[in-house]
Write a protein that binds this ligand. Sequence first.
Ligand code: OAD
Ligand code: ZN
Length: 247
Amino acid sequence: MVSFPQDVIQRFLKSEKIVVLTGAGISAESGISTLQGLGSHWEKMDPMKLATPDAFAQDPKTVWEWYEARRRQVASAEPNEGHEVLAWMEEFFPDVTLITQNVDRLHQRAGSRNPIELHGSLWMVRCVKGCGEWEDRHELMNLPPKCPHCGSLLRPGVVWFGEGLPEEGWAKAEKAAQECDAFLIVGTSALVHPAAALPEAPTRKGKLVIEINPEETPLSKSVTLSIRAKAGEVLRELRNVLEKKGS
Ligand code: OAD
Ligand code: ZN
C-alpha cells in the first residue's frame, strides 16, 4: 500500500500549476510496451534500427510494418487507471499541463484535454514532400502508404532518433516546467533528452517534484519524493487522498 507524507499532500493541495511528464511506463498497465507483444519477429528488432530517418529511407515498407503493428496494438488497448487519474487531475487542479513522450494517445482516450506530445503520435501521418500532416486511424493496407495529394511516401508522424522535437510543443513544455508549483514524473526512464531535463528547473527552484517508477532512474536522487511503485496503484491512492483532504 502506497502512503504519501502529509507535507507532500499539503504542498500538492496548495499547488496551482501542476506539470506532469509521462513516459512508456504509464501505458505499461494497458499492455503497451515498446517491443514485447507485437509479434515474435518484431521482438528481435531494435527500435534504434527502425525509428530513424535512415531506416525509413532504406526500407520504408519494413518501418511501416513495425508502426502498423504498433498502431494495431494500441487500437486494441484501453487507457488504464493511471491515465484516468491524470485526466481527473485536470478537473481537480486549476492548471495542469500534461507532457508526454508517448505516441499512443491513450491520454486523450482517458479524457486528458490537450497533452503536449513531444514525440508525435502513431496516429499522425505526414507527407515526406510537405503536403501536410493528418490523423489517420484506419488500418493501412498497402504499405508504405502514399500521399493522396502528390503520390509521395507518407511517414509516421512521430519523432525519430536524431530528429528535433516539435518546436511549439517543446517551447510550451519548457515554459510550463519553469512556472510550475509541482512536477509529477510518471513512468519514464529519464534517459532521452531533452524531455528528461524538464524537471531540472522546478528541482532547482525547490518546487515539489515527485517521481513514480518501479525502478530507480537518474532523477530519483534529486526529486522531493521518488515512489518505487507502479503508476496505476500510486495514482489511484493519490486521487483518494487528494479527494479526501481537498473536500
Ligand atoms: P522507457 O521504456 O525508456 O522507460 C519506461 C519506464 O517506465 C522505465 O523506467 C520503467 O521502469 C517504467 N515503468 C514500467 N512499468 C511501469 C508502471 N507500471 N508504472 C510506472 N512506471 C513503469 O520509456 P520512456 O522513458 O518513455 O523515444 O522513453 C523515452 C523515449 O525513449 C520514448 O519516447 C522513445 C524511446 O526511445 C522516441 O521514440 C524518440
Ligand atoms: Zn504529398
